[in-house]
Each structure stands twice: as C-alpha cells, then as structure tokens.
Design a protein around this ligand. Structure first.
Ligand code: SF4
Ligand code: SF4
Length: 325
C-alpha cells in the first residue's frame, strides 16, 4: 500500500496525464460535481458519488457507430487510454453488472474498446458527503484511493495499478492497521433490506396495478432517473444526414418516455405512465434477478436524488414494503 499526501496529488496526476487521458471528479462552475477533465473544473475528490452516470465513460450518451462520406466508410479512430477516478464501491458493482450485460450473447465492441483501454480508480474512506465513510471497495478496479482524513492510502489491485503507483512512498504499517480497523464490515445496510424486500414482493406478484397507476401519475417523464443510473443500458439508433455524409449513432433511451417501446404500427406495449413506471422498477428488482441472478440496483442513490417528484427506486421500494409486506 502506498501513501499519497494532498501535496503530492497535483504532481501525481500531472505525471499520469503524460500517458493517459485523465477523467477525475471535478467541480463545475455551477457547483455540479461530475467525472470530467481538469480543463472544465477544479479537482474535487471529496463528496461521495458524483452526479451523472459514472459508466458513461464506456457507454456515452451518444456514440458514433458508423460514418459514411461520399459512399466511403470512415475509419473509426482508436480511443486514447483513459484513467478514470471517482467510482464508489456501488458504482463498481454497477460497472461489473453492465460488463456482463454488454458481453452477453453478442459482445459489444464499442463498449469494450473503451472499457479495455481504461484504468479505473475507486474512492473510499472519509471522503463521502460531509466526510461520511465510504467502505473499502476491495477490488473490481485497478486502484483504490482511501482517504484516512489526512492522506490518501492507495491500494493497487492489478498489474496496471501497481505500475501506476510504484514511485509513490510506501504507507506505514500503522496506517494499514488503522485502515483495516475502519473498514471492518458493519451491520447490513437498511436501504438494501428495503430493496430486497420490495424485490421479493414484486416477484411474488403482490403489487397491484392500482399502485403503479398512482406512482405513474407522479412521473413527469423528465428521464432524469434513467440518465443518472449506472446500470441503465437502453439505447436507440439515429441517422444524421448532410449533403455528402451520413452518420449513424446510438443514443441513450429512457423507459419513462412514451416512444420507448412504441411500434411502427402504432401499438405501444408500454402505453401509459403506470406501465412505464412499473417497468422501470420491475426490470431492476424482478426481471434482472431472474435473468442475471442479482438485483441490478446497487443503491447509488442517484435516481432518488434527481427525481423531482420523489419516485426514485428507493422511495418506491419503501412504499411497496410499507403497503404490501
Ligand atoms: S439507486 Fe437508482 S440510479 Fe442508482 S443503481 Fe439503483 S436504480 Fe440506478
Ligand atoms: S426522474 Fe422521476 S419524474 Fe423524471 S422520469 Fe424518472 S421517475 Fe419520472
């Protein structure tokens, strides 16, 4: 384990930037904290989960699939190697989930070209919102930065990670012992208990349609929940045309929009807000456990934070448990 003091941070990232394109938690001028480039805002490692979908580094809002100019298909340029900092343990669990999704059946080369060309660093320790403790991730990434309230203890989990930090000083034994003491497993998370209980009720078909009509009435279709969710992977395909060029892109879609499943003939299997809201929750808590063996919500908190009408997944799961358990 290595030690990275706040004084060494700038030099550390400057060295990495010679080989990698850096994506770090930054604070934008409007106060939003996202994973981005240092030219757009100042470094902000503290504050917990960043706004927005952290998995967008590999599944961007818009990706070009194909570009044709004057009848000739253009070569797709290779992406630069990315070094991405800012995943929480919950974000890493989401990433693990969508890695499996994009590899299933057909392997999504657009996703894996970016994914396999990147190194990922998690943030944990007392760097959560207001200094809250984020538990140690313990793997599923190349590096982990654990804030012990004065310095970052840096742990490497891969050969790439080990190389990246080989020049940093070693952490003292007392710091390692203290880290292990701080991250001793705690009691089960209360939110996880709620999500699991709601999942069981949905799978037992204990939630009536009238409930979804009530919750659906509260959705204003702003799509914030889908845009922020690290495990939402739905997309649509769009062609853009100019005089001599056609570009085919894939773009994020949202299951909360009326056109999400509408068919060319006019039939819409998700024709009401009630059905669309039911699908959003049911997909993560009932369909995915059936297909993948696990709930695909890792409780990052983003959909509950962004939903203007209070129907993020945890809020809805809480209502399900309170009314139907
Ligand atoms: S809390 Fe919401 S945004 Fe986060 S993983 Fe679960 S469903 Fe997605
Ligand atoms: S964030 Fe809330 S209001 Fe907006 S689409 Fe999602 S559920 Fe509906």
């Amino acid at each position: 384990m290595k030690l990275l003091t706040p004084e060494l941070l700038d030099a550390f990232f400057a060295t990495l930037s010679q080989r990698w394109e850096l994506r770090l938690p930054i604070l934008l001028p409007d106060g939003t904290r996202i994973i981005g480039s240092l030219i757009d805002g100042r470094l902000a490692l503290h504050g917990g989960a960043v706004s927005g979908k952290p998995t967008a580094a590999f599944f961007p809002q818009q990706s070009t699939l194909l570009s044709v100019t004057d009848g000739t298909v253009e070569e797709t340029p290779s992406p630069p190697p990315l070094f991405i900092v800012g995943f929480t343990p919950s974000d890493l669990a989401s990433l693990r989930f969508i890695d499996r999704f994009f590899a299933d059946g057909w392997r999504d080369d657009l996703y894996f070209t970016l994914r396999e060309n990147a190194a990922i660093a998690a943030l944990s320790g007392y760097c959560g919102l207001g200094g809250a403790l984020i538990p140690l991730a313990g793997g599923d990434c190349d590096l982990e930065f654990f804030w012990d309230r004065s310095s970052w203890l840096v742990i490497a989990y891969s050969e790439t990670g080990k190389k990246l930090i080989e020049d940093l000083p070693d952490a003292a034994r007392t710091e390692v012992v203290e880290l292990l003491r701080q991250t001793t497993p705690s009691l089960p998370d209360e939110n996880e208990t709620v999500i699991r209980a709601a999942s069981l009720l949905l799978r037992a078909d204990r939630v009536p349609d009238s409930f979804w009509a009530e919750i659906g009435d509260r959705c204003i279709a702003c799509t914030g929940c889908n845009l922020a969710c690290p495990t939402c992977t739905c997309f649509g395909v769009q062609d853009w045309r100019s005089a001599n060029k056609t570009e085919r892109s894939r773009m994020w879609d949202s299951c909360q929009l009326d056109g999400f499943m509408r068919e060319a003939g006019g039939h819409n299997p998700l024709g009401s807000e009630a059905e669309r809201t039911r699908r959003r929750i049911h997909h993560k808590l009932a369909a995915d456990p059936q297909k993948w063996g696990e709930i695909s919500c890792f409780l990052c908190g983003r959909c509950d934070a962004v939903c203007p009408t209070g129907i993020g997944i945890l809020a809805v799961a809480g209502e399900i448990v309170a009314r139907f358990a």
